[in-house]
Design a protein around this ligand. Structure first.
Ligand SMILES: Cc1cc2nc3c(=O)[nH]c(=O)nc-3n(C[C@H](O)[C@H](O)[C@H](O)COP(=O)(O)OP(=O)(O)OC[C@H]3O[C@@H](n4cnc5c(N)ncnc54)[C@H](O)[C@@H]3O)c2cc1C
Ligand SMILES: NC(=O)c1ccc[n+]([C@@H]2O[C@H](COP(=O)([O-])OP(=O)(O)OC[C@H]3O[C@@H](n4cnc5c(N)ncnc54)[C@H](O)[C@@H]3O)[C@@H](O)[C@H]2O)c1
Length: 467
């Protein structure tokens, strides 16, 4: 039997373990915290659970547009946010999911070891457990150790006033004034959620516009929505320090300005958990930022060592981590395998409104990497949007100018994460705009606008549609 040792039990590790076991490998998974990894215990799952709660508050706040009046100045006078209870639910849900994953792996026959692992040469892994060190022989090793929140040297997180996103769930009361440093996906999602919960939010954004890595038309919509809701966005501002002062915090910006708040969330990116794993000793040179370089079948520079997930720096998404992990097992255990294809990945920013994206990006189009015909259709005229009182957002579709094959799209809307699936399917299956618009959509529905966008691309020889 092929001995497979997996280090890290996040989506990259546990999905691989399931496939490794299915293909007849003898799989040992070593995880120091809990199954599901950071994705389930502290990052993806808890944040999305918190956001689901915040969304309800936003809907209540916006109800007056629909003729449902809250008899108070501020929604928090009628709806008391019990953040202790909210966070208790968030963490209970995360832990339950972690247990479910552990149960499934055990039922399937995966051996789970709780401990901190490191390589001892390419064919041996040592786990430091509560009972002492244990060594495991390995024919194949998969490293899926994820990342850790980055800290600024002069803004150490104390878990009480200056927090990283993993520590936010310690809060028992909604902060008076939360300063969010960093307007990437993590910063934007928490700024949106805490604003929704009725917190006064200041967003320190290093660029002109929030979400520098996302579709810039979509980011512009979100920036306007944030500003309309009264969020204070400090654009082109970099934080250099955060310190606790009495019952609050003071964040110092690069230009010398000081921002006062009750709490500060640092969302300035992550660093890969690749140090001290003994990889260099196996001949694996780490990338500039500490990521483990891999090819499209998750191979590192050493033939029996594979890597998957955020530690590889490929595309920090749970879905991509899981796919890289599965590919590593298919490849190493001799099953049929297609290399990782990032052209079909879909992702979503869980803000209000949500921003969902799939396939080719506007950035790639603007850089001349691909020629497309595209259309951007605002959602405000859509009948369903009007009924729901939704005025922001749009649908954008990209297709190949010659064949009309859909190669990407962006949806900015409530539940964009669900709406994008039709476009995802079109991208994956190379559906043309005419085929797409030939399918019925429900009336009234926001998906009707996606079909309408495809219909507009029928006449794609119009120079206005070609980029
Ligand atoms: C706030 C936030 C929200 C996010 N939301 C989403 C989302 O909505 N959708 C989405 O697709 N992605 C989301 N992501 C990204 C997603 O969480 C990551 O892409 C995903 O966690 C990567 O999985 P992984 O397996 O690579 O690593 P992780 O989930 O980080 O798991 C790695 C595991 O390895 C363990 N480990 C590390 N070193 C060792 C060692 N030496 N020995 C033993 N164990 C070790 C760690 O304890 C950890 O449990 C979010 C990220 C953040 C920060
Ligand atoms: N919904 C999701 O799928 C989801 C949610 C969260 C994170 N993620 C993934 O995690 C990855 C990381 O996202 P992230 O937002 O944590 O990190 P990031 O690195 O993408 O963003 C960090 C931001 O902080 C800014 N920054 C850095 N130093 C700063 C300073 N001193 N002052 C002000 N701003 C500063 C950077 O310019 C950057 O815009 C993303 O690529 C994303 O794929 C996904």
């Amino acid at each position: 039997m092929t001995k497979v040792v997996i280090i890290g039990g996040g989506p990259g590790g546990y999905e691989a373990a399931l496939v490794g076991n299915q293909l007849g490998g003898e799989v040992t998974l070593i995880e120091r915290d809990g199954l599901g990894g950071a994705a389930v215990l502290s990052d993806c799952v808890p944040s999305k659970t918190l956001i689901a709660t915040a969304e309800v508050m936003v809907r209540i706040k916006n109800a007056s547009q629909l003729g449902l009046h809250i008899q108070a100045e501020n929604v928090r006078e009628v709806v008391k946010v019990d953040l202790a209870e909210v966070n208790e639910r968030v963490l209970a849900l995360a832990h339950a999911q972690s247990r479910d994953i552990a149960d499934k792996l055990r039922r399937d026959g995966v051996s789970i070891v709780k401990g901190q692992a490191r390589m001892d040469g390419p064919h041996r892994v040592i786990a430091a457990t509560e009972q002492g060190e244990e060594a495991f022989d390995a024919d194949i090793v998969l490293v899926a150790t994820g990342t850790t929140p980055r800290e600024l040297p002069d803004a150490p997180c104390d878990g009480e006033r200056v927090l990283n996103w993993k520590q936010l769930y310690n809060l028992t009361e909604v902060p008076e004034r939360l300063i969010v440093v960093g307007s990437g996906v993590t910063g934007a999602e928490f700024a949106s959620a805490y604003d929704g919960l009725g917190c006064d939010v200041v967003l320190v954004s290093s660029r002109k516009q929030v979400l520098p890595g996302e579709d810039q038309d979509a980011a512009a919509v979100l920036q306007r929505a944030f500003e309309r809701r009264g969020m204070n966005i400090l654009s082109e501002a970099r934080a250099v320090a955060a310190r606790r002062v009495g019952d609050g915090v003071v964040v110092t910006l690069e230009d010398g300005r000081e921002v006062e708040g009750s709490h500060c969330l640092m969302a300035v990116g992550s660093i890969p958990n690749s140090a001290g794993l003994g990889l260099e000793e196996c001949g694996i040179e780490l990338g500039k930022w500490g990521h483990i370089p891999v090819d499209r079948v998750s191979r590192t520079a050493h033939r029996n060592i594979y890597a998957a997930g955020d530690v590889t720096g490929v595309f920090a998404l749970a879905s991509v981590a899981a796919m890289q992990g599965r590919i590593a097992m298919w490849h190493s255990l001799g099953d049929a395998v297609s290399p990782l294809d990032l052209r079909t990945v879909s992702s979503n920013v869980f803000t209000t409104p949500e921003i969902a994206t799939v396939g080719v990006s506007q950035k790639a189009v603007d850089a001349g990497e691909v020629r497309v015909a595209s259309v951007l259709l605002p959602l405000a005229p859509n009948a369903r949007s009007k009924m729901m009182g939704f005025t922001d957002g749009f649908v954008k579709l990209f297709c190949l100018p010659t064949t009309g094959i859909i190669i990407g799209g962006v949806v900015v809307a409530p539940r964009a994460s669900e709406l994008i699936h039709a476009v995802s399917l079109a991208v994956a299956k190379k559906v043309t705009v005419d085929e797409f618009s030939g399918a019925f959509t429900v009336y009234p529905s926001m998906s009707g606008s996606i079909a309408e966008a495809a219909r507009r691309l029928h006449n794609r020889d119009d120079p206005l549609l070609t980029q």
